[in-house]
Structure formats: structure tokens, C-alpha cells
Design a protein around this ligand. Sequence first.
Ligand SMILES: [Zn+2]
Length: 228
Amino acid sequence: MQDLALANRVLHHEGVVDDFGHVALRDPADPQHFWLSRALPPNLVTVADLRRYGPDGVCEDAGVQSYSEAVLHARIFAARPDVQVCIHHHARPLLPFTLAGAPPLRPVFHTGAIAGWEIPLWDSAPFGAGGMLVDTVAKADSLAEALGPHRAALLRAHGAVVVGPTIAEAVMIAIYMAENAGVALAAGAPHHPVPSLAREEAEETSRRLLTPNTIARVWTGRVAKLAG
Ligand SMILES: [Zn+2]
């Protein structure tokens, strides 16, 4: 639980989440449920703010205000038994790649490869204006379907979801995916074609980077940055 609270603060420190955005962890003892902070800016989240949510995305503690997109995590956990951690954020470097008509975001540098070759784009428009939030079971199921087996998906003109088997791995993917978008932007994407890694190269690079030692190294380093 300490790591879940830390993940919120690390992602804020790294500019992945801002005033919004959140991290959910499947309950290790009861996989139909998950843990998520009550509605707070991510940089303020402590262990005391974490609450348990049901498979419908409803908080078991009716006395606190919940994030309106809590259901997003519920439906992704339901659709993906391999996923233990789900992050939703609005990192700015990714946003140009979420706009209608943008080309797919591909890995353009070494560590940027870990978000995967295929990052689907989900659009809330078929569900009506609705504030663009993923705040209903129907929208969350649709997003989970678009995510499919991938590590991340983009939400049109909104942000992204990133999933992983551990807190440290999901946080690492979220950070490097945003950095990959930043490098792609600096190179002229999405308006100009930017050379990406070859697909095979990206997949092999990702496989070599997502090892327990490397993931622990990144997590330890980024947590230490928080302490200053
Ligand atoms: Zn959002």
C-alpha cells in the first residue's frame, strides 16, 4: 500500500499526472476488488487516503469523494486478469498523439520502446458529449476492449491508460511512454514523419529492459528523487 501511495507522488514528480490522474492496484487478497486513493491531487496521496473499490468501480467507503473515473480501473481489471496495476493520466507530451487523425505513437528511442509497438487510440465521442470522462461501465468496457492485450492506450484529446503486472513496472512504462512522446514531438511528430525503431528492434529492446533488476533500478531511483 505504501508503494501505491508513492506511485501517485512519483508520477506527479515526473510530470505524468498533474492535478488529475490516478493509480489503481488490484487487491492481492481479493482480485475482484482494487485499491485507489480518494479524490485528491496525486501529489498529496498517502496510505491513509487509499480506499477499496468493488468490481463495479464503487468505493466501499461511501463517506469519501471518489474519482469520477474509478470505473475505468474496475473494467480494465475485469477484462485483463494479467493486469495488477492501472494508471490513468493526461501527460502533456502524449496529447498531440491523441488528437483525431494523428499517426500512431511508435517507439522512437531506446527506453521509449517499453510502452509497446501498438498503442490503440480510444474515442469517447460515440458515447456523446459526457464531459469526455470514462465514468460509465459502457465507456470503461469500450476502453478496455480497445486496450486489448496492449500495455497502454490513448484516449482521444484526453490522455492515456497504462497497465502492468506490478506498480514499479507500470510506473516505469508510464514515465518512458511520456518521454518517448516528448522525443517524438521534438523530432517533429505528429505533423512530420519521424523515424521509429523497427518493430522487431522495439520488441527486443522492450524485452531486455522490462527485467526485475532494471524495473527495480528505475523505481528506486525515481522514489529517491521524491525525497530530493
Ligand atoms: Zn481523465
